[in-house]
Each structure stands twice: as C-alpha cells, then as structure tokens.
Design a protein around this ligand. Structure first.
Ligand SMILES: CC(C)(COP(=O)(O)OP(=O)(O)OC[C@H]1O[C@@H](n2cnc3c(N)ncnc32)[C@H](O)[C@@H]1OP(=O)(O)O)[C@@H](O)C(=O)NCCC(=O)NCCS
Length: 205
C-alpha cells in the first residue's frame, strides 16, 4: 500500500481519527490485520517477531474484543484503519494496583507514520483511562524503538525502570524501558475518623 495522505503536492490535510472499537466489520478487520502485518514485518514491537498469518491475526483481534479488561482503540487515516492500541485494566483481584491501567500493543503501520497518529492515539487512550478513573498509565517498550521512546518522553511519561532482558528478537536479547504517567491529581483516601476507626484486634491470649 502506498502513502495515504493524498497525491504528491496535495494540500488536502489527511483526516486523522481514533475511536474505541466494540465490534469490527470484515473490512475494518482486514485493514487492521494488514496494518499489524506491515508493522510486524517492519520490526514493530507488537510482541510478534514474525507475522503469525492472517487467520491468527483475525482470531487475535476478535479475541481482544471479548476480553473484559481490554479496550481496543483503532486509528484511521482517511477512513482506513492503520493502527491500534489497547488499554488494559488490572484484574479485579489486584486491588492494590486498581488505580492504574496499562497502554499496550500500540502501533501505526509504516505506510501511515509521521502524520501525528501515534500522538493522537496515545492522548485518546489517556483520555479513556482518565474517564475510567485511573490515576496512572503504565507502558513498556523495547529500547530499540527510538521513535516510540521520544514520543512517550515528549508526552510526559517518566522512565522508571530498565529490564536488560526484556525481549528476544531473532536470537538477540533486547532491553526494555518501563514508563508511567500520572493522569490526574491524586485523591487521597480520607483518613478514617476516630469514630470510623476499625475495631482493635481481638485479644487471643
Ligand atoms: C512509534 C510509532 C507508533 C509512531 O507512530 P507515528 O504515527 O509515526 O508517530 P507521530 O506521527 O505521532 O510522531 C510522533 C513523534 O515521533 C517523531 N517521528 C515520527 N517518525 C519518526 C522517524 N522515522 N524518525 C524520527 N522521529 C520520528 C515525530 O516527529 C513526532 O515527534 P514530534 O511530536 O516531536 O513532532 C510508530 O513508529 C510505530 O508503530 N513503531 C513501531 C511500534 C512501536 O514502537 N510501538 C510503540 C511501543 S509498543
């Protein structure tokens, strides 16, 4: 697929859009798989090192829509899907980390890069996380994804950790960086008043 921003010299601004998906038409699924395939072949950091094949990708994205903790965000350039990301909520049993969500599997197809789509996508996922009440958003990225690293740094993400054995790509071990971003001011849990103080531990002596 060639560039999607119009003919050379065109002054028509490309139409950028991000939406949350609740279902996927056959055409949208095909475009999403094509975009993912191209990103994987480009070394895109989408988890896969080799494209798993069209049927596996279709099953994967249809499966994502069924996972209650995952929200799939779709990116369109001039109406065609060219990328996606997932907002992943913590599992219900993880009460201690219930205040943060994770941005995962963000990619833009190589033929649609440089239009500001990843910036728009990241901001929309942040808005989605904020709307769900999350305080922080986490993400991680291979140390080799230099464009993504500069993108997340410019959007205010703080690098808090490095895993030197983060991934293995074509037999080579690759490090990874971990980031977080605070999405809104913290609302501290109210300190329990004397009246509401929990009962003292019973005396078992
Ligand atoms: C990282 C990625 C999502 C960026 O997508 P994109 O839509 O091209 O990004 P944007 O157009 O929003 O540009 C983001 C920034 O990167 C810069 N940038 C884009 N392409 C670049 C390139 N090839 N070289 C250097 N900088 C580049 C842009 O100038 C912009 O910086 P600015 O805001 O200071 O102008 C895309 O390159 C990608 O999918 N890469 C592989 C997968 C990946 O790394 N995913 C993220 C981690 S899971």
């Amino acid at each position: 697929m060639g560039t999607m921003s119009g003919p050379p010299g065109s002054t028509v601004a490309p139409e950028l859009m991000v939406e949350r998906a609740t279902e996927l038409s056959d055409d949208d699924l095909a475009a999403l798989c094509e975009a993912a395939d191209a990103a994987i072949l480009d070394g895109g950091g989408f988890g896969w090192v080799n494209p798993p094949g069209r049927q596996a990708l279709e099953r994967y994205f249809r499966g994502v829509l069924l996972v209650p903790e995952r929200e799939l965000f779709l990116v369109r350039l001039n109406g065609t899907i060219v990328g996606s990301a997932q907002l992943v909520r913590p599992p219900r049993n993880n009460e201690a980390q219930a205040f943060s969500a994770t941005l995962m599997h963000s990619f833009i197809a190589p033929y649609a890069r440089g239009h500001g789509l990843a910036t728009l996508l990241t901001k929309r996922v942040e808005e989605g996380a904020r709307a769900l009440g999350y305080y922080a958003l986490n993400l991680d990225v291979r140390e080799t994804q230099v464009v993504a690293i500069s993108l997340y740094t410019s959007l205010g993400y703080t690098r808090w950790g490095v895993n030197p054995v983060y991934a293995r790509v074509r037999g080579k071990t690759v490090g990874g960086y971990f980031y977080h971003k605070i999405l809104r001011p913290e609302v501290e849990a109210a300190a329990p008043s004397d009246e509401a103080a929990p009962p003292e531990c019973p005396d078992f002596e």
